[in-house]
Write a new protein. Structure first.
Lengths: 510, 271
């Protein structure tokens, strides 16, 4: 028997195509398409939707292109140099993460229908491997390709505007690196599934972390993929290296497909439990990131003994301590809070000091409104959105908010203030103290305001819209007041008024 | 409406002012989930809410607990209007939904601990242990509830509710997730709390054998189509002394009577 029976493979690709099509039909139905009625009008309507979608896509792409160009043109040379220096490290981080993820849990993800119909079927065990790999790599190629197409425009802007060919070349290099990275990760993950005795090594998944200190000792051997990417932006990448990468990636893919015939499918199904639960939610999982997060955290927590104990404290102090323990039992959420605070502060500092275009402030506000750190209001959401639990809390909404947000906000502010302090190190001494004091005064209040916008939105029917509106209005007005009146104090006054108003909303409605 | 029983449902001389529901209505969009629901419940009464799927039982319980805002009518808890003194009124009411949610990061014991300590209660531990023991959860006290079965989750919710000792306990389908032995035990517990003065209103499609609530409220399409004690219902629904009074027979008789009754607009036209 060949390691990859083509008939079986064709059947599985057919199944995946049907699944993709039903997903697409779901989205089209949301836009008014009637899948049951196979009339010409409906087909024309699909074409119309595709046309409108294409126009929207190209309009957004053009906007992104222009924005990247204007940012690139206004970047100071030392900032550009710093960015280029960070790219290889970022690429290495991503590669390390991909390998860790594959070693921690099976790279071959099975949904509940897969477990029922594919694992139990006479299909060769290697058959689900290739479609699974292709699906994972395709989504990553699209995501990273789009990001790097815009980054190419940004990074080339100080020299000469990038042509579409430049972006295309970089996207091809990105695709090669994605295939190389994930084929290596899949090979490691499948080796673990083939040799079950290796699965017993509890900390095996942490071994790729060795690459990070190694990057300091042997940068040429570890950072070359990122460097190649940077070189390709300026059309300096040696073609021979790209051919070599393609050959190595093909070899890796062939290896894990052959090894796939010996996979322990029971273990793969067992380790796919979280993925299967998320896949069962379908597109709802993307609309409800909190639910997605809860499922992941539940899985991480199952089988573990609880860390820390709630001490004998009473009343409001019990609320604060409980929230703190809940936070400390999810250290990853607290870390994400700190990283989010640091990243957003750094971005704000870059926009502010380099006087980058206004649309970037709008983008910054949109990120703050659409994707605030998920751990900031994790406990509060549970407290106020589950009326069963809410009835056991003898406090008003604002008091619950303060108790729940104390620790996550502290982590957010810690990350933000450290990032601000580090950012100011590169500024001239005369600006350092002015910016430092402004930051220390502003950042805690803005952090509190961000949390309040999210919390108040949870009391509304349309949470995302309310949060966007609240964040945009309160932050936007503060920025406007600072700019128009020429002093950050004006902005601070607006922030304080917003905090008071939103606190009142929570007191009444949460 | 059952014409044998007054509009407010007051059928005897027992104190009936712990929970008063008057002309309650609730709409999902244009759909009337509840309309003109009125009844009164006194201290130490156990009332079963009976009706087909979608009759409005859960919606009624949610409106009484203040989880959903009624579009018309009033709910009075211990003499206080829920709409006006929501926070105070809600302190006396606990609703157990059919699938209670929990905190993912707290164990079963910590749920009780948190509920007690956030209320400022000291020396609650013995009672907490006793509750977990009685409901068969003591050995799972350090486990996370998300790993519990549906029945165990309901029992933990019950323990939390009983720990805070509400005056009014509302239960949505309490017996559905429980095994027959646990259901019998729960009924014994409910009787005990009823005797201690707790008012219990539960919706259910089944009751343990030989379980007799004080009163029944029969609902259909958001309205109460019959209410009263078992004897009153037997009389008003035309069930003979030999007919067994089960939820099934009661519901069928009430629906039959409703179908046969002249519609109010037809009656008005005939007048």
């Amino acid at each position: 028997m060949t390691p990859l029976p083509l008939t079986d493979l064709r059947i599985l690709f057919g199944l995946r195509w049907r699944q993709f099509r039903s997903g697409a039909v779901f989205w089209l139905r949301l836009l008014g398409y009637d899948a049951q009625a196979s009339s010409w009008m409906q087909r024309v309507y699909v074409l119309y939707l595709l046309g409108i979608g294409s126009i929207w896509f190209f309009a957004m792409w053009a906007w992104g292109h222009d924005l990247a160009l204007s940012i690139g043109q206004s970047l100071a040379p030392q900032i550009l140099a710093q960015l280029l220096e960070r790219v290889p490290q970022a690429v290495l981080l991503l590669q390390t993460w991909a390998m860790m993820a594959s070693l921690r849990s099976t790279p071959l993800k099975l949904s509940f229908p897969d477990m029922a119909w594919i694992v139990g079927s006479p299909l060769a065990r290697s058959v689900p491997v290739l479609p699974g790999f292709i699906r994972q790599v395709l989504t990553r190629c699209i995501l990273f390709g789009a990001i790097w197409a815009l980054l190419t425009v940004l990074l080339r802007a100080p020299l000469a505007p990038a042509t579409p060919l430049d972006s295309l070349r970089v996207v091809l290099v990105v695709a090669l690196l994605v295939v190389l990275t994930w084929s290596l990760a899949w090979l490691l993950g499948i080796l673990r599934l083939v040799y079950p005795q290796v699965s017993g090594w509890r900390w095996l998944w942490l071994t790729p972390l060795v690459l990070l200190p190694l990057a300091q000792l042997a940068p040429d051997q570890t950072l070359w993929p990122g460097r190649l990417l940077v070189l390709s932006v300026y059309d300096l990448a040696p073609p021979g290296a790209l051919v070599l990468i393609a050959l190595v990636a093909a070899g890796l893919v062939a290896s894990f497909v052959i090894l796939g015939a010996r996979i322990n499918m029971i273990q793969a199904a067992d380790e796919s439990a979280v993925y299967a639960r998320l896949a069962a939610l379908g597109l709802l999982a993307w609309r409800m990131p909190d639910l997605q997060l809860r499922i992941r955290l539940q899985q991480a927590r199952s089988g573990q003994k609880p860390r820390l104990r709630i001490p004998s404290v009473y009343g409001k102090r019990a609320m604060v301590v409980r929230s703190a323990i809940a936070g400390l039992r999810h250290p990853s959420l607290m870390l994400v809070n700190a990283l989010w605070g640091a990243g957003m502060t750094w971005a704000a500092g870059l926009i502010l000091v380099n006087e980058l275009p206004v649309p970037l402030w709008i983008g910054w506000l949109l990120i703050a409104g659409i994707a605030p750190p998920i751990g900031l209001l994790y406990t509060f959401r549970r407290d106020v959105q589950e009326p069963f639990l809410r009835q056991f809390l003898p406090l008003d909404g604002f008091q619950i908010f303060l108790a729940d947000v104390l620790l996550p906000l502290a982590f957010l502010l810690l990350g933000a203030l450290l990032a601000w302090f580090r950012f100011l190190q590169d500024l001239p001494p005369e600006l350092f103290f002015e910016y430092l004091i402004t930051g220390v005064m502003t950042i805690p209040l803005l952090g509190l305001l961000l949390a309040l916008c999210g919390a108040a939105a949870m009391t509304a029917t349309r949470e995302l819209q309310t949060r966007l509106l609240g964040t945009g209005a309160s932050f936007g007005l503060a920025i406007l007041a600072s700019v128009l009146l020429g002093t950050p104090l004006a902005g601070l006054v607006v922030v304080c008024i917003s905090i008071a108003l939103l606190g009142g909303v929570l007191m009444q409605h949460a | 409406m059952n014409d044998d029983i007054p509009a407010d449902g007051n059928t005897d001389d027992a104190p009936r002012d712990l929970l008063r529901v008057q002309g309650l209505g609730y709409k999902y969009g244009s759909f009337h989930a509840l309309s003109e629901v009125s009844f009164v419940a006194g201290a130490g009464e156990l009332i079963a809410l009976v009706g087909r799927n979608g009759a409005g039982k859960s919606t009624l319980l949610r409106c009484i607990a203040g989880w959903s805002r009624a579009s018309e009518g009033e709910v009075h808890v211990m003499g206080q209007a829920l709409a006006e003194n929501e926070r105070q009124a809600r302190e006396h009411v606990v609703l157990l939904p059919d699938t209670p949610p929990f905190y993912d990061e707290l164990t079963a014991w910590e749920h009780l601990q948190f509920a007690a300590q956030s209320h400022g209660w000291r020396n609650w531990e013995d009672e907490g242990e006793d509750l977990l023991e009685r409901y068969g959860l003591f050995n799972n006290r350090d486990a996370f509830p998300f790993a519990f079965s549906r029945g165990m989750r309901y029992k933990l919710a019950m323990c939390m509710a009983l720990l805070v000792e509400p005056k009014i306990l509302l239960m949505d389908e309490p017996l559905g997730p429980l095994d027959p032995v646990s259901a019998d035990e729960l009924w014994i517990e409910l009787n005990r709390h009823r005797n201690e003065g707790m008012t219990i209103l539960l919706s259910s499609h089944q009751l343990p054998h030989e379980a007799w609530p004080d009163r029944y409220l029969i609902m259909e399409q958001g309205e109460i189509i019959g209410q009263g004690t078992p004897d009153e219902l037997r009389a008003s629904l035309g069930l003979g002394a030999d007919d067994s009074l089960t939820l099934d027979s009661m519901l069928r008789a009430a629906l039959r009577r409703r179908r046969n009754a002249p519609r109010s607009d037809d009656a008005a036209a005939a007048d």
